[in-house]
Write a protein that binds this ligand. Sequence first.
Ligand SMILES: [Zn+2]
Length: 223
Amino acid sequence: MLREPRPGWLPTALVTALVTALVTALAASLTGCGAAAGTAGGHHLAEVDHPLQRTIAAGVPGEMPQRASARGVTLADGEVPAGTTVLDDSVPAVARLDPALESALREAAADAARDGLELDVNSGWRSRAYQQELFAQAIRKYGSEAAAARWVARPGTSVHEAGQAVDLGPATTTSWLAEHGASYGLCRTYANEPWHFELRPAAATDGCPARYADAAHDPRTQR
Ligand SMILES: [Zn+2]
């Protein structure tokens, strides 16, 4: 006939023991977190791109999509199917890259894979017609040629048209590449485009050169 819990010392002691165990466990986990956060904090200090990467991953109004697409553009213009990697030679956007850039990318991709990271190509070589369409889109989006030129180089001036640049993803891998890419000669070019990489062979010994604020500050686009 135990219709109600019987008051007594045992349940109280059990509750006390549970609370004590919980508090101890919580204190231990907090200590663990603190130590981990300290280590991670030091690690992240070197990864100056992280805040920007996070911002872009979250989606910024006015941000260009990382995988460019345009009406009427085909594979032959450099359109890139989803899931394309640096190994996909049947895709002209990859096959028409500068061979030295392509081989540096393959080397980096192999090492990234060992760290469990996939390196996707969102854009590589592209035709002038494709660049023209992307620039036209950017003008519609940003309202002026000057504003558009911060994100998309004017047709005829893009390093993508020369097969000398790639836009890579996902953000976790580009973050890895921003940290390790110099040893392959792979460097970011623009502060506002964490996905855009080019070959800088001297980077293996000298480190990557300073980045331009955006494409509009790149002397190569001032033609
Ligand atoms: Zn690019």
